[in-house]
Design a protein around this ligand. Structure first.
Ligand SMILES: NC(=O)c1ccc[n+]([C@@H]2O[C@H](COP(=O)([O-])OP(=O)(O)OC[C@H]3O[C@@H](n4cnc5c(N)ncnc54)[C@H](OP(=O)(O)O)[C@@H]3O)[C@@H](O)[C@H]2O)c1
Length: 219
């Protein structure tokens, strides 16, 4: 059994991941910030941990993480609160989480980032440009840490049911991916600790999740 601390656990990917991991018999500690989310997380089999990333310092967050085996960061401002909130959650929040994991001695750290091609060929807003800049800076901060990191860059997230079939690799063509399959891929990466210090691009595809992750682990 692995203990996983999920930041952004009440979000669309976080909720799916919390349930998937709990169903597999893992212990899930789920950071959330709205009181109404507590019960949902508990029902999913997770242990809810209340906290707002923009208000927590690294030492407090490290105390919450202590004893976990893996941290998953799937939080994001989602465009709410403008560029300032994106900077605070997706940017500074990630850096606080990296510092906290380092302090708590939790070496394995999975980050849900963004595919660099998102927005290519479209007219993009300043807000989106800032989002992409912050996501890349977060990748840089994690990749420069001493942690045993994995950066997952999904294509456009959709709410269609998962198929369990993906395309995953260090450089793949852009596409969509159901959130169910992002959660399934994260769970599989957690169960395959040989996947380490890699950036993985992810879209829908035709390879079963386990097989696709095994291929990355063997590289
Ligand atoms: N949309 C796309 O096509 C796309 C593509 C690639 C990558 N991504 C990235 O994928 C990640 C997850 O996506 P998703 O669909 O699961 O997003 P989501 O549903 O918006 O979930 C994000 C979670 O982060 C939490 N959060 C925001 N600010 C926080 C704070 N200050 N403290 C603690 N938690 C906070 C939110 O909490 P609340 O529930 O309280 O709001 C929410 O639960 C995001 O980082 C996003 O940037 C998105």
């Amino acid at each position: 059994m692995t203990t996983i601390f999920i930041i952004g656990a009440a979000g669309n990917i976080g909720r799916r991941l919390s349930k998937t991991l709990a169903d597999k018999g893992h212990a899930v500690r789920a950071l959330y910030r709205k009181p109404e989310q507590e019960q949902t997380l508990r029902q999913a089999g997770a242990e809810p941990v209340s906290g707002n990333l923009t208000e927590l310092d690294a030492t407090t967050l490290a105390a919450y993480m202590k004893g976990s085996d893996v941290v998953v960061f799937t939080a994001g401002a989602g465009g709410k609160g403008g560029p300032e909130m994106t900077n605070a959650v997706d940017g500074e929040g990630l850096k606080t989480a990296v510092a906290a994991a380092t302090q708590a001695g939790v070496s394995r750290f999975l980050l849900v980032s963004a595919f660099p091609e998102a927005g290519r060929g479209k007219t993009i807003s300043d807000t989106f440009e800032n989002y992409m800049r912050v996501k890349k800076e977060a990748d840089v901060a994690l990749a420069q840490s001493e942690l045993d990191w994995v950066i997952l860059r999904p294509g456009t997230l959709v709410d269609d049911s998962g198929t369990g079939l993906i395309q995953a690799g260090p450089a793949i063509p852009y596409g969509d991916i159901p959130r169910d399959d992002v959660a399934a891929t994260l769970a599989e990466i957690i169960e395959q600790p040989d996947v380490s210090r890699v950036i993985i691009e992810l879209t829908a595809g035709d390879v079963p999740v386990r097989q696709a992750v095994e291929k990355i682990a063997k590289r």
